[in-house]
Unconditional design. Structure first.
Length: 281
């Protein structure tokens, strides 16, 4: 998987990683999740520990903890979908575990000793994603958007996952649709959608459209760091490739992006009030 973009993951990283390193050793062994709420809590634990161990070597106890969390979490997510296949939340949790959960993989290494002899050693490392093929995870997130199309978080996170998996054109369509429909998006989710759209357009070398979406994000939440960073990245990209063909076929879905770009200090009309934004990841 590429850089994690799901909103619940990034929010978790800010508040959980520091506390996890001090407290993990005292936790009891994980138990199978008994509800979607518990599945969410286990996912939070998995992601916070996984992000920490991706940045530094883990102790055997920490690696064992992460391995068990991944195994039990994925099994519980599959069981939740099996029991309620038409539950958008269950599908969403399964997709989240498959694409953004952390697991421990083992590889064999050949170690050469100073005397020239060789020995084989098993090394353990942390990777993101509980499946080698992202197809099942993407399908589960897509299913969640179909089952509950009014849940903006599902649309934004599905678009983010498509982008993470290298499907930039498809991600562009999903995120544009979420923005145009304003499908239950909170203010934070509208800002995230616009920032993601800017990232996708930058990846596709559609510099003008990427800049418009960055200004749209600023119009929703003036001064937000992600949009300002995107504008700096655009400046650098265009300085390196000033003659690049942007290849834009149309304006961003809905004229709100262009209008917001002209008045970045003024919040876009129709901004939804926060309405129970999805907690975790």
């Amino acid at each position: 998987m590429g850089t994690m973009r799901l909103g619940f993951c990034s929010a978790l990283a800010v508040v959980a990683v520091a506390a996890a390193s001090a407290a993990w050793g005292a936790k009891a062994a994980p138990k199978p999740a008994s509800s979607l709420q518990q599945l969410t809590a286990d996912f939070e634990r998995n992601v916070s520990l996984g992000m920490m161990l991706a940045a530094r070597p883990g102790t055997p106890q920490e690696l064992d903890e992460l391995k068990i969390l991944a195994q039990l979490g994925l099994a519980a997510a599959r069981k939740a979908v099996e029991q309620a296949p038409n539950s958008a939340e269950a599908q969403y949790r399964l997709g989240s575990w498959l694409l953004y959960g952390y697991r421990v993989v083992e590889t064999e290494q050949v170690i050469r000793e100073p005397d020239g002899t060789e020995r084989t050693e098993t090394a353990r490392r942390v990777v993101q994603g509980l499946a080698d093929d992202p197809g099942e995870g993407l399908e589960a997130l897509k299913r969640a958007t179909v089952l509950d199309p009014g849940r903006g978080r599902y649309l934004v996170d599905y678009g983010a996952a498509l982008f993470d998996c290298g499907e930039a054109e498809e991600a562009l369509g999903v995120l544009r649709g979420a923005w145009t429909a304003q499908a239950g998006l909170t203010t934070a989710e509208r800002m995230e959608a616009a920032t993601l759209l800017s990232s996708v357009c930058l990846d596709l070398w559609r510099f003008g459209e990427a800049r418009e979406w960055a200004y749209s994000a600023l119009a929703v939440v003036p001064g937000n760091a992600a949009a300002l960073q995107r504008l700096r990245e655009l400046d650098r990209a265009q300085a390196v490739a000033p003659q690049a063909v942007e290849g834009e076929q149309s304006q961003p879905a809905g004229t709100a992006a262009s209008e917001s770009a002209q008045e970045p200090g003024e919040a876009a009309e129709g901004t939804a009030e926060p309405a129970g934004q999805e907690s975790p990841e």
